[in-house]
Design a protein around this ligand. Structure first.
Ligand code: R5P
Length: 321
């Protein structure tokens, strides 16, 4: 890396949110993660010690805010604060999964807009920029007053669909909020799209009201940003099969996979569930033998390329042309 860079030398740091992904990114860039310890005081509070000078460096801190969400968020905040106080020239928060993103608007009176609150704190703590992957809603970019590079894993996941089915599929969004995502994948694959009208009678229950579009006689590929309980995908796959689809695959960026989700998905009429490594697999998912449907693709090359481009002041959007 050139010393003439206005933000100094590139430096990578990682919280404990997804250490394996951080190491894969570091390997792609061919630059080791800078030494740092995150410890806890006796009462559970976090402390951070960065063991190398960051003064005048272009620092990228990799930390998804996945479960344990509160711990990972606090780690992100205190490490950003440490970097800012240690005079890093520029600090990019690389947040492969942005926690609290589903609360991006008020759905009922007296609701918080937690995704905006997180953005406020990330900026206040010291981030100069953010790199994120497949934000739940594009509007979240505007919650920040600093630059946000919103990456997408759609192309990586689309490659897998092509490998399995060519372009003879119908791309399905499991709710109206994901229509744009389905349209993008449909365009990449040159495939038609369908949209499911989903309702949530309760936070933990999902009900399919309509399938808009033709799926009969076709292989359906459901595209979504995240799997939490799996309820959305179970209902969507059942609805698609009842409308005459000949099979269902699922591609999803963030595999939150809360306890019980994989069991539920295993029972559903789904042939393959393809996720990425933005979030580390939980123990249930690591016992992969029990989940032959699950396939994990890495976003490390994508994030590594974005980091290098940001550092070198080159276009990131070119990555998605
Ligand atoms: C909803 O808007 C999201 O895009 C996901 O469809 C949803 O959060 C998935 O949650 P679950 O797996 O619990 O149904």
């Amino acid at each position: 890396m050139s010393d003439s860079n206005p933000y100094g030398e590139l430096m990578l740091l990682s919280g404990t949110g997804n250490r394996e992904l951080s190491e894969r990114i570091a390997h792609e860039i061919d630059l080791p993660l800078a030494p740092m310890d995150i410890t806890r005081f006796a009462d559970g509070e976090f402390d951070v010690k960065i063991h190398e000078s960051v003064r005048g460096h272009d620092v990228f801190l990799i930390q998804p805010t996945c479960p344990p969400v509160s711990d990972n968020l606090i780690q992100l905040f205190v490490t950003l604060d440490a970097l800012r106080r240690a005079s890093a020239a520029r600090i990019t928060a690389v947040i492969p999964y942005y926690g609290y993103e589903r609360k991006e608007k008020k759905s009922a009176p007296r609701d918080p807009i937690s995704a905006k609150l997180m953005a406020n704190i990330i900026e206040l703590a010291g981030a100069s920029r953010v790199i994120a992957v497949d934000l739940h809603a594009e509007a979240i970019q505007g919650f920040f007053d600093i630059p946000v590079d919103a990456l997408t894993a759609t192309k990586i996941l689309a490659r897998r669909v092509r490998e399995r089915h060519g372009n003879s599929v119908v791309v399905v969004s499991p709710d109206t909020g994901g229509a744009l995502r389905a349209r993008t994948l449909g365009r990449i694959l040159d495939a038609p799209i369908a949209i499911i009208d989903k309702r949530r009678p309760r936070d933990d229950a999902v009900e399919v009201v309509h399938v808009v579009g033709d799926v009969a006689g076709m292989h359906a590929v459901i595209v979504d940003d995240l799997i939490s309980t799996g309820g959305t995908l179970v209902s969507a796959s059942e609805a698609l099969m009842s409308k005459g689809a000949i099979g269902v695959d699922v591609i999803v960026t963030h595999g939150l996979l809360t306890p019980g989700a994989l069991g539920r998905l295993h029972e559903a009429p789904i042939e393959e569930i393809c996720i990425t490594d933005t979030i580390p697999l939980n123990e249930e998912a690591r016992a992969r033998d029990n989940h032959p449907k699950l396939r994990v693709l890495s976003v490390a090359p994508l994030i590594a390329e974005a980091i290098v481009r940001v550092h070198e002041g080159r276009s990131v959007s070119e990555l998605f042309r």
